[in-house]
Design a protein around this ligand. Structure first.
Ligand code: ZN
Ligand code: ZN
Ligand code: ZN
Length: 236
């Protein structure tokens, strides 16, 4: 089941959900169905859309009012069967409502600014359950993510794993290490590049520790300097 991905944002886990919206006039009634494979975020969005359609039609007649209420109640019950919260993955854009101004914003993992209210927002994940969240953070102070899914508290420094700058830094460090150790710049390095591309850097953290262990001095300093400057340098 976990292999299903949201048809809108491509995140997982996702599942098939269906919401029926009832719309009624005095003599005409019709139903609209909103269905698809959605992540939790987009399942709730679909539900809100169905509900607003229901509420719009409900005021036109007594029968419609009854059916509208019934449908809304039924949809609320089926809400209990939503997919689990989406997990964070490399190169994934997460949609979220700004925790400060409630605007719909989106971004990769990392600290950024709400395009609407300019507040500093972090797209980050819980270290225990791996689910993804958008939180309001203070720019100059340490912050923690309190997970809305499991309650675990994650320090900000551990809550951002797949920021593009960090992924690029890891990949660069690995390539530098590979080039350093290749007798001749050739197929070995090219194979490594292809491998990184095909895995989508899914094992970036493991790969980094391998690079640090296997290629001590050079790789270690490279990982440290590029990762730190990449994560903090882009915020100015
Ligand atoms: Zn989605
Ligand atoms: Zn905002
Ligand atoms: Zn959690």
């Amino acid at each position: 089941m976990d292999t299903l991905r949201c048809q809108i944002c491509n995140r997982r886990p996702a599942k098939f959900v269906r919401f029926k919206a009832h719309q009624g006039l005095i003599i005409v009634r019709w139903e609209t169905e909103i269905a698809g494979v959605f992540c939790k975020f987009h399942a709730v969005e679909a539900y809100k859309r169905a509900r607003s359609v229901s509420f719009t039609g409900m005021w036109f007649g007594a029968t419609s009012l009854f059916l509208g209420v019934l449908r809304t109640a039924w949809d609320t019950i089926s809400l209990l069967d939503l997919p689990n919260a989406p997990v964070d993955e490399p190169w994934t854009i997460h949609p979220a409502y700004c925790p400060n101004c409630s605007s719909l914003i989106g971004g990769y993992a990392g600290v950024s600014r709400c395009s609407s209210c300019q507040e500093t927002v972090a797209f980050c994940k819980c270290a225990r359950c791996q689910t993804f969240h958008a939180v309001h953070v203070s720019e100059n102070a340490e912050w923690r993510l309190r997970c809305a899914s499991c309650g675990h508290s994650t320090p900000g420094s551990e809550a951002i794993e797949y920021s593009p700058t960090i992924l690029v830094a890891y990949a660069s460090a690995e390539l530098v290490a590979a080039i350093e150790h290749a007798d001749a710049f050739g197929t070995q390095v090219i194979d490594r590049v292809l491998e990184l591309l095909s895995t989508g850097l899914l094992h970036s953290v493991r790969s980094r520790s391998v690079a640090v262990e296997v290629y001590p001095a050079r790789a270690r300093s490279c990982v440290a300097s590029t990762a730190v400057s990449a994560s903090w340098g882009s915020r100015a």
